[in-house]
Design a protein around this ligand. Structure first.
Ligand code: HEM
Length: 384
């Protein structure tokens, strides 16, 4: 048994790493106040995520009686079916083709800030880029883009408990996408909505309800996470100027530098599973039905897996972090997130150097221990 720190405390959100280190020594830990277990070691986290027969996603059948679980919170066979259908539309090739358009969007977002020599990086780039990217991928009419961004904001804010606009926004968004799905079914284009309405496996297709739910999941799972990756990269680079200098001298290091950011400052810090049967984790028995917080971010600093885990090394190889999860729920959007962050940093380094934080105040943090990121990041820099 152990006492957990207050996981909502801003000081914890800023530096949860001593807790993870302590956790790894004693893992798995039962936290009585939460009624949950926590797993911290790389081997345990990977073992749990890979074994989707013993460890289930979602909070359980009784609690989801009135809504079908999303792909993220469902298990086989439902998960296999949804993922199989979505995979047909959300392909690496489709993502690759986006590169020139995303580069243009990132450039436009940055040009004005670059002239000023300072900006709030979250507001100027890290936040808008993923929303515009997903609107582009889905095939949202450019005239509706602002509206789409507004729906997305309200839905995401309502999930964090930060607003009551969620249900109304998701109602409006569902209406719009319901029409869009019908239109694309009649006249398919080269966009994700067309791909999703046409996806078919053994005569089976997504229902309209499943399609709409999938769209909301893409927004919720993909936007804030990618924003945080881009922002966390700035914080890590400013904290490790010698490593940033290596990247500035050799831009081909950007992808591996971003993998290192994913490892040390994981945008998704944790996920949850529940035991499908009584099961042992590192010699501890966990009862059927009990839940386990799987600390991806603690596993990512496990010295058993990563030599010198506290060293930020932009050329670290191998770097088998689990920031995108592992197993059947491995992040569907990982190629997109990687591409967006790479383009964001390539375009930023083309225009700016010598980054400095322009505030002494603590940066406002995303208010949940599940995520790591800041909601505002005022920086100054020298234009190139
Ligand atoms: C840096 C950015 C991102 C990070 C760190 C991240 C992280 C994750 C993680 C850890 C999981 C697995 C959760 C679990 O096993 O319980 C996951 C799943 C998922 N992610 Fe991401 N994600 C990112 C970006 C995206 C983007 C851009 C999209 C889509 C546009 C996306 C869509 C999804 C979906 C749909 C799932 C559920 C997959 C399934 O259940 O089969 N993610 N992500």
């Amino acid at each position: 048994m152990a006492q957990a720190p207050n996981l909502q405390d801003p000081a914890f959100l800023e530096n949860p790493f001593p807790f993870y280190e302590m956790g790894r020594q004693m893992s798995p830990l039962f936290i009585p106040a939460a009624g949950m277990w926590m797993a911290f070691r790389y081997s345990e986290c990977v073992g749990i995520l890979k074994d989707n027969e013993s460890w289930l996603s979602g909070i359980g059948p009784a609690e989801t009686a009135d809504a079908e679980p999303t792909m993220l919170s469902s298990n086989p066979p439902r998960h296999t079916r949804l993922r199989g259908l979505v995979n047909q539309a959300f392909t690496p090739r489709m993502i690759e083709q986006l590169e020139p358009r995303l580069r243009q969007i990132a450039g436009e977002l940055l040009d004005e800030a670059a002239k000023r020599g300072e900006c709030d990086l979250v507001e100027a780039l890290a936040y808008p880029l993923p929303v515009i990217a997903i609107a582009e991928i889905l095939g949202v009419d450019p005239a509706r883009r602002q509206q789409f961004k507004d729906w997305s904001d309200r839905i995401v804010a309502s999930l964090g408990g930060g607003g009551a606009g969620g249900p109304a926004a998701s109602g409006e968004m569902r209406e719009y996408f319901g029409e869009l799905c019908a239109e694309r079914r009649a006249r398919p284009r080269n966009d994700l909505i067309s791909g999703l309405v046409q996806a078919e496996m053994e005569g089976d297709r997504l229902s309209l309800e499943e399609l709409l739910q999938m769209l909301v999941l893409l927004l919720v799972a993909g936007n804030e996470t990618t924003t945080n990756l881009i922002g966390n990269a700035m914080l890590e680079f400013m904290a490790h100027p010698t490593e940033l200098a290596k990247v500035e001298a050799d831009r081909s290091l950007i992808p591996s530098a971003l993998e290192e950011v994913l490892r040390v400052s994981s945008p998704v810090q944790a996920t949850v599973r529940r035991a499908a049967r009584d099961i042992d984790v590192s010699g501890q028995r966990i009862d059927e039905g009990q839940r386990v917080v799987v600390w991806l971010a603690a596993a990512n600093r496990d010295p058993e897996q990563f030599p010198d885990p506290l060293t930020f090394d932009v050329a670290r190889t191998p770097n088998r972090h689990i920031s995108f999860g592992m197993g059947i729920h491995f992040c569907l959007g990982a190629p997109l997130a990687r591409l967006e962050a790479k383009i964001a940093w390539e375009e930023l380094l083309k225009r700016a150097t010598n980054f400095r934080l322009v505030t002494d105040a603590p940066l406002p943090r995303v208010p949940t221990f599940i995520m790591r990121g800041v909601t505002s990041l005022p920086v100054a820099f020298d234009p190139r």
